[in-house]
Design a binder for this molecule. Structure first.
Ligand SMILES: [Zn+2]
Length: 290
């Protein structure tokens, strides 16, 4: 098995997995640079066909390149959590994706191309379900926390876990927390993934991690997420508003760390939601204990 981290533009990484004469892509990057990513896939694969695009969640920087890639590989089938199909059916969600795609294109100094309206999911794979993929059997695992639809996948033949962004990413050797919609669900998702004791993991935006480093990633990334939640709660307890916490959080976790890889608008949308949810969940937990 060979694994390649390919990108049409920084922040739009997709992970190409090649097993013998079969290949599948994990996520598909941004829409605006989908053609460049498709060309890199073609350069890497040569005559090997791309059989599938496996989506980890519905964010614009993960599914945006699908249409461009299917123009080069019409037989590549898109597999996703059924929630992804529901989300892309909503015009409001596609409008947000277009807006963020434009922002990412502008930041990269490239023209924006919008193909999101043409995107069609070929196969729903609900959490707990298994199907035969070009890489062998693949089981979807619910890992909500980054989004509700965030899904990881286990490939038992290769003892490989394809992770979603709920369990964080690595940017410039830093563990970057990525939870947004729920901190509680994120901690559960970490625990669910750790139980597989996978020999290989695929980390979104980053690529393959093998052996003891796979388990180490989940432990350290989990600690980084817990640290981020504690950062929010400590500043909240000190009387800061959510906007003040957002500003300090950005200084600690974004500028100089992830600002080259993630456009500012997407960071601020995600992080303001995350701060709000961390505070709300802590209040609910405290109320439940009384
Ligand atoms: Zn995302």
């Amino acid at each position: 098995m060979k694994v390649y981290t390919l990108s049409g533009s920084l922040g739009g990484e997709a992970i190409l997995i090649v097993k013998g004469q079969a290949a599948a892509l994990v996520d598909s990057g941004f829409d605006f640079c989908g053609d460049q990513l498709a060309a890199k896939i073609k350069d890497t694969l040569g005559d090997i066909p791309l059989g599938e695009i496996i989506l980890t969640h519905s964010h614009y920087d993960h599914l945006g390149g699908c249409v461009a890639i299917q123009q080069i590989y019409p037989d590549a089938k898109i597999i996703a959590n059924p929630l992804v199909r529901q989300i892309i059916a909503k015009e409001s969600a596609r409008a947000t994706m277009r807006k963020l795609n434009h922002e990412a294109a502008a930041a990269a100094g490239k023209p924006a191309i919008d193909r999101i309206d043409q995107l069609k999911i070929d196969y729903d794979l609900a959490p707990g379900e298994t199907r035969q993929s070009v890489l062998g059997p693949i089981t979807a695992i619910s890992t909500p926390g980054h989004t509700r639809c965030s899904t990881s996948y286990y490939l038992p033949e290769d003892e490989m876990l394809i992770l979603s962004e709920t369990t964080g990413v690595i940017v410039d050797q830093h563990y970057a927390p990525c939870f947004v919609v729920s901190y509680a669900a994120t901690v559960e998702s970490f625990d669910r993934c750790a139980k597989f004791h996978a020999k290989r993991i695929i980390v979104p935006h980053y690529g393959l991690i093998e052996g003891h480093r796979a388990e180490e990633f989940l432990e350290k990334s989990r600690a980084a997420s817990i640290g981020a939640a504690e950062f929010v709660l400590e500043h909240h307890a000190a009387g800061q508003s959510e906007e003040e916490i957002l500003k300090e959080y950005a200084d600690k976790y974004y500028y100089g760390l992830c600002d080259k890889a993630q456009p500012e608008l997407a960071f601020f949308i995600n992080t303001s939601t995350m701060i709000n949810r961390v505070i709300k969940e802590a209040e609910q937990t405290a109320a439940g204990k009384n």
